[in-house]
Design a protein around this ligand. Structure first.
Ligand SMILES: NC(=O)c1ccc[n+]([C@@H]2O[C@H](COP(=O)([O-])OP(=O)(O)OC[C@H]3O[C@@H](n4cnc5c(N)ncnc54)[C@H](O)[C@@H]3O)[C@@H](O)[C@H]2O)c1
Ligand SMILES: O=C(O)C(=O)C[C@@H](O)[C@H](O)[C@H](O)COP(=O)(O)O
Ligand SMILES: [Zn+2]
Length: 370
């Protein structure tokens, strides 16, 4: 059941271990990287309450001690003040250049702790132990780390690759259904952007995955991570192809900013709605058939996911307000928006050739449905 995916970046290569029971074996995997038998761990309070003892026991079996810090759960934790808190705490623990910092948790903890590790002493090594579906399939891999600021999502950060990723699929058993489905938004994204056969597979296996089928979960994590690793190996710092992983994010990040990174909209939910909008835009531009956005929305709905702006509670900015927020997207070049669009399911590409009026109309129509 245990799978390994290798990220072969020259000088920064690492393995992603995937499977059940990995926390209990943590010492075996981490010990080879340790200069001394101690680690520091940063987690969130929910994850620490559920899984820190298992990690502690798994490390103790190999004589490794653990000191931990827990932060409040939720997207709001990916911020300047918690970054300062993490860095101060790591310095108090006298973490040295060769020590290992562990990020135990979802994408919020992985992004925040990875960024703290990137700036601490100009870069210490860190290990990702992702515990949410989203973190196992996406955020723990590829080295994008950072925080949100009022001006936009992930606008302050660094590329800093982990030394090891350990995705213990047993931890998904304690994840709330809403958080699981948000992570599924990133899983289905891989099928939509570059692997139509994976999308077909998810249409049949998605319900089993959500219901807890371990074989299906491991396969979904492995396929997602393999696809991400392959893209990252070809384009680590997003000079080109890596931007495909941003499918749905131009819309999604603006919606997250519009909802103040609150529980009104989780990242993966924004990605799901954003993918539906990106396919809608692609169809209106004549790039793909109208059947494609319909099929995307149908699958997301079957899974019980958000697909439309009407699924978001509370007020939203108007179309111009959303366009303004989209202007902070990192794919913007010379002030012009660029999008990940699709010629069909599994065939995405990046383009700046998108009339602003067309984007605006897609937003106006989506807002009108509310
Ligand atoms: N760096 C990247 O490449 C990348 C990729 C995708 C997303 N992200 C970022 O990841 C973040 C979203 O990640 P997320 O969805 O994991 O959010 P999250 O870290 O907030 O986790 C979601 C919720 O699940 C809880 N949780 C996590 N693991 C659990 C478990 N095993 N059992 C019970 N509860 C658990 C957390 O406490 C939290 O409340 C966003 O900030 C997004 O921008 C980064
Ligand atoms: O790894 C990537 O590259 C991605 O784009 C993956 C995304 O799912 C992720 O949300 C990422 O953090 C977005 O990157 P950003 O550069 O648009 O902030
Ligand atoms: Zn994402």
């Amino acid at each position: 059941m245990h799978k390994t995916v290798h990220v072969g970046l020259p000088g920064r290569e690492y393995d992603i271990q995937i499977g059940p029971g990995l926390l209990a074996e943590a010492g075996k995997y981490i010990a080879p990287f340790l200069p001394r038998p101690r680690v520091v761990v940063i987690s969130d309070e929910t994850v620490a309450g559920l899984h820190l003892d298992s990690l502690r026991a798994g490390l103790a079996a190999d004589g490794i001690t653990l000191t931990a810090l827990s932060l409040p759960p939720g997207e709001a934790t990916k911020c300047w003040s918690q970054l300062t808190h993490c860095v101060d705490w790591l310095l108090e623990q006298k973490v040295e250049r060769n020590d290992i910092v562990i990020a135990l948790g979802g994408g919020v903890i992985g992004d925040l702790v990875g960024f703290a590790a990137a700036v601490l002493r100009r870069g210490v090594r860190f290990v990702q132990i992702p515990t949410s579906l989203l973190a196992q399939v996406d955020s723990s891999v590829g080295g994008k780390t950072g925080i949100n600021v009022v001006q936009g999502k992930n606008l302050v950060g660094a590329f800093h690759q982990p030394t090891l990723v350990m995705a213990d699929t047993d931890t998904l058993g304690t994840l709330a259904p809403r958080d699981f489905l948000a992570g599924y938004g990133e899983v289905v994204k891989y099928g939509m952007l570059g692997d139509a056969a994976f999308f077909d597979w998810l249409e049949t296996q998605g319900p089993a995955l959500a219901a807890g089928d371990m074989t299906a979960r491991i396969e979904a994590v492995r396929r997602s991570v393999q696809m991400k690793a392959d893209i990252v190996m070809r384009d680590e710092t997003e000079q080109g192809e890596r931007a495909l992983l941003n499918l749905g994010h131009t819309f999604g990040h603006a919606l997250e900013a519009a909802t103040q990174y609150s529980s009104r909209l989780l990242h993966g939910e924004g990605v799901a709605i954003g993918c539906a909008l990106a396919f809608e835009l692609s169809a209106r531009l004549g790039l793909c058939s109208q059947e494609d956005p319909s099929r995307v929305r149908a699958h997301l709905k079957t899974m019980g996911m958000m697909t439309d702006l009407r699924d978001i509670d509370g007020e939203l900015p108007d179309a111009d307000g959303l366009l303004e927020l989209m202007g902070q997207d990192k794919k913007v070049v010379s002030g012009e928006l660029r999008f990940v669009l699709a010629r069909g399911i599994g065939d995405a590409f990046v383009t700046g050739d998108v009339p602003r009026d067309m984007v605006r109309q897609v937003l106006v129509d989506a807002l009108d449905q509310r």
